[in-house]
Design a protein around this ligand. Structure first.
Ligand SMILES: [Zn+2]
Length: 98
């Protein structure tokens, strides 16, 4: 189930894989507050796991980071939650999204 305290909203950040804007991010760390550079973000459209960059956007992970993300339980949980929401929202026109 979605834990609202783990959702962090930002200005729309384009996904580095598909280019779609993501403005809601499921926190995979417990530090609270804004995501730190290096924190993961799952694209709600294509489920690519990106990394918050030092410059404030989201970038693709390096090979080493991707290997770590693949076995990180919290990141994989965020991917499952994002997949569930994507299936719920798939048929909703974007202009009707909350
Ligand atoms: Zn994407």
């Amino acid at each position: 189930m979605l834990d609202n305290e783990r959702v962090y909203l930002t200005l729309p950040q384009p996904c580095p894989a598909c280019g779609e804007p993501n403005d809601g991010h499921y926190r995979t760390t417990n530090h609270g507050g804004a995501p730190d550079p290096g924190d993961a973000s799952v694209c709600a459209y294509c489920l690519t796991v990106g990394i918050f960059s030092e410059e404030g956007g989201i970038r693709l992970p390096t090979r080493a980071e991707a290997a770590e993300l693949a076995v990180d339980a919290e990141v994989q949980r965020a991917v499952r939650i994002s997949r569930m929401w994507r299936s719920v929202l798939r048929d909703v026109p974007r202009w009707d999204w909350p």
